[in-house]
Ligand binder design. Structure first.
Ligand code: HEM
Length: 237
């Protein structure tokens, strides 16, 4: 395909993906506006906080996008197709998931803390002889550190999700690096689980997110199993 046409196509793809992500995030924020959830530490309803709604809507949008990426490659493999090394739309969705997660992170830091003092979401104070590394403990501290781990990996994934890095790393190293999406998915699950405890999240809400993440994991495991069986069969024949 000519370079110009390729560029036009990739532009169109990005517009479609970004449009879909915005509609998804706005849709989730609208649904969260109906939530009866109340703050744990004050009588108010969370739904009246645009900050809370946008933080959770963006977090869930990122989860849906990550699940879509993982589900797509498994369905492809279950359909007997060879794994695709590099799919432009999957890369665009991956970058969109990263951006949604980063905006969530920034808003999330301001929900229980001050955005101007982000370190307070990770540490309890300055290092001292009695506490050389004063980590914020408890469920919230743990959730934030796990979230930080997921965000750090996502930064790396977003940075390398382009042709330049694909060429620089070479196909197999690039593909291996992309496999850290699995670790991100796991960390996000743990992070969300602990924040659900802190926030006393509604059962239905937890069920929907858990089912979505569970489905992506089951698809992945079935694809791995299928490929394993296929290889064994090929090896024994
Ligand atoms: C330092 C990094 C992070 C911080 C400080 C942070 C903060 C938060 C906060 C405050 C909540 C609870 C929201 C509420 O109910 O009030 C939350 C939930 C959540 N976060 Fe994060 N987050 C971080 C990183 C991430 C990353 C990288 C992701 C990736 C997608 C993510 C995904 C989620 C999810 C899925 C939930 C549960 C949302 C729900 O209840 O449906 N977070 N996070």
């Amino acid at each position: 395909m000519k370079r110009g046409a390729e560029l036009a196509l990739s532009k169109r793809r990005e517009v479609v993906v970004v449009g879909a992500v915005v509609v998804l995030a706005l849709g989730l924020a609208a649904v969260l506006g109906l939530s009866p959830e109340r703050w744990v530490d004050n009588p108010g309803r969370k739904a009246s906080s645009l900050k809370w709604r946008s933080s959770v809507a963006l977090a869930d949008t990122a989860v849906v996008l990550l699940a879509a990426i993982l589900a797509y490659s498994s369905i492809r493999s279950l359909a007997g197709k060879s794994p695709a090394r590099h799919l432009p739309w999957r890369r665009t969705v991956g970058v969109a998931a990263g951006i949604a997660a980063f905006v969530h992170l920034v808003i999330g830091l301001s929900i229980h803390g001050e955005l101007a003092k982000p370190w307070e979401s990770f540490f309890t104070g300055w290092p001292s002889a009695s506490q050389p590394v004063p980590l914020l403990r408890g469920k919230r501290g743990f959730a934030n550190w796990v979230g930080f781990g997921a965000a750090s990996l996502l930064v790396g994934l977003v940075v390398i999700s382009n042709r330049t890095w694909l060429r620089r790393l070479g196909g197999s190293r690039w593909k291996n690096a992309q496999r850290s999406t699995y670790l991100v998915f796991g960390l996000v699950g743990i992070h969300a689980f602990y924040y659900w405890k802190v926030e006393e999240r509604l059962l239905l809400h937890r069920f929907i997110i858990t089912a979505l993440m569970g489905m992506a994991i089951v698809l992945q495991l079935s694809a791995v199993l299928r490929v394993g069986l296929r290889t064994t069969k090929a090896g024994s024949s």
